[in-house]
Design a binder for this molecule. Structure first.
Ligand code: PLP
Length: 398
């Protein structure tokens, strides 16, 4: 696309629209052609499980007070003090560290937290090491500020971190190691043992460095882990650890845009980093996270969506894939499967699925060809009704 209206870099990004976007558009066209009830759309990670039952009651209470002056006005750029106090208590428990309200910034989702953090710490040319496959939006979040993503392949078939490869990828320009657990798109959760080894590696590189390497854990899916798995805490791993959290998935509030940035209280000069992220949240134009959402989250802080709904869908999807003889590793968290593409060519296989009215995203779109992503935030009935289509598509590659 060339137009004098746009910055050429943005125009280029638009031409290279993400695979998720492409599937979304192809799905719309398919839906017109065959009717929405005949489309099996596993392309989007938009949580469809209802928010906790108390959501309506709490919103009504907020609405009752909305006529009072300032009740829906600007708030502190760092977030509502009462929410930060409550969140600090919850995160102290989750992260095995003593966290106070001043160590947190409430943000416009995890996306807003990562963007504000990158704005605060990146200089042009800084590298962000990210295990692949990875959430593609990271490329744009970093690129806005001259940051360069450096994908490092994970181990197959379990998608755990390849620590030797991460070690080898670190250069004087490395600024961030960005992990995402539970992972989008693989559903992998990193074990305590893996994380400890990562921490050791990072500590070795961080000695005698002028600018430290941050360990950033993007964990919007922390609450969605199955079979009793508890995602290990991140803060004890490094003084330079940062946690990015969100209520988009845990409370199914993705449109309300509430997340947070948490920096390790043990980080030297931590107050400067928090002040900077508070400022960049303001100056990037977020100003403050939505105020109604902040009140809502404060009241729902100890609740979460009904995980058993996702667990049942995970079992249903596993059954469908086994039946179609497609190889996969059962996801330990989040709401995605990342199976091997039968025949090895992910684009060809996603096209074969499309011919069966099934929408999936090729692994190439996540920096990992040969696989494809299925989001199981859809009704169980859709998963079960897609079974024959998966079987037919897979059989054409045998
Ligand atoms: N990080 C990952 C890995 C995601 O999958 C998503 C959303 O799907 C985000 C960040 C952004 O989440 P939020 O809605 O909290 O901005």
């Amino acid at each position: 696309m060339t137009t004098p209206l746009l910055n050429p870099a943005i125009a280029a990004q638009m031409s290279n629209a993400s695979w998720i976007r492409k599937m979304f558009e192809a799905g719309r066209e398919l839906s017109h052609r065959v009717g929405p009830e005949n489309v099996f759309d596993f392309s989007l990670g938009n949580p469809d499980v209802p928010p906790p039952p108390n959501t309506v009651k709490v919103l009504r209470k907020i609405a009752d007070r909305a006529g009072e002056p300032m009740s829906v006005g600007y708030c502190s750029n760092q977030g509502l003090p009462s929410l930060r106090v409550a969140l600090a208590k919850k995160l102290s428990h989750e992260q095995h560290a003593l966290i106070h309200a001043e160590h947190l910034v409430v943000t416009c989702g995890a996306a807003g937290a990562i963007t504000a953090f990158f704005r605060a710490v990146l200089e042009p040319g800084d590298e962000i090491i990210v295990p692949a496959p990875y959430f593609v939006e990271y490329t744009a979040y970093a690129g806005h500020f001259g940051g360069v993503l450096k994908p490092v392949a994970t181990r197959k078939p379990d998608f755990q971190l390849d620590l030797d490869a991460i070690d080898a990828a670190i250069t004087p320009k490395t600024r961030v190691i960005l992990i995402n657990t539970p992972n989008n798109p693989t559903g992998a959760c990193y074990t305590q043992e893996t994380l400890n080894a990562l921490a050791e590696l990072l500590a070795r590189h961080n000695t005698n460095r002028d600018r430290p390497i941050f360990l950033v854990a993007d964990e919007p899916y922390r609450a969605l882990a199955y079979d009793g798995f508890v995602v290990p805490p991140i803060l004890p791993l490094s003084p330079y650890a940062v946690v990015i959290g969100s209520f988009s998935k845990s409370l199914s509030l993705a449109g309300e845009r509430i997340g947070y940035f948490l920096a390790n209280p043990a980080m030297p000069d931590v107050a400067h980093l928090i002040a900077a992220v508070t400022m960049t949240t303001r100056t990037l134009g977020f100003v403050n996270a939505p105020i109604i959402g902040q009140h809502l989250v404060e009241q729902l802080l100890n609740e979460q969506v009904d995980l058993s709904i996702y667990a049942r869908r995970r079992a249903a999807m596993a059954g469908v894939l086994v039946n179609a003889r497609i190889n996969f590793l059962e996801p330990q968290g989040a709401f995605y499967f990342f199976p091997e593409a039968p025949g090895g060519d992910d684009l060809a296989f996603v096209n074969a699925l499309f011919a069966q009215n099934i929408l999936a995203v090729p692994g190439s779109g996540f920096g990992c060809p040969g696989y494809f992503r299925l989001a199981f935030c859809v009704h169980e009935d859709i998963i079960l009704r897609a079974a024959d289509g998966f079987k037919r598509a897979a059989s054409t590659f045998r």
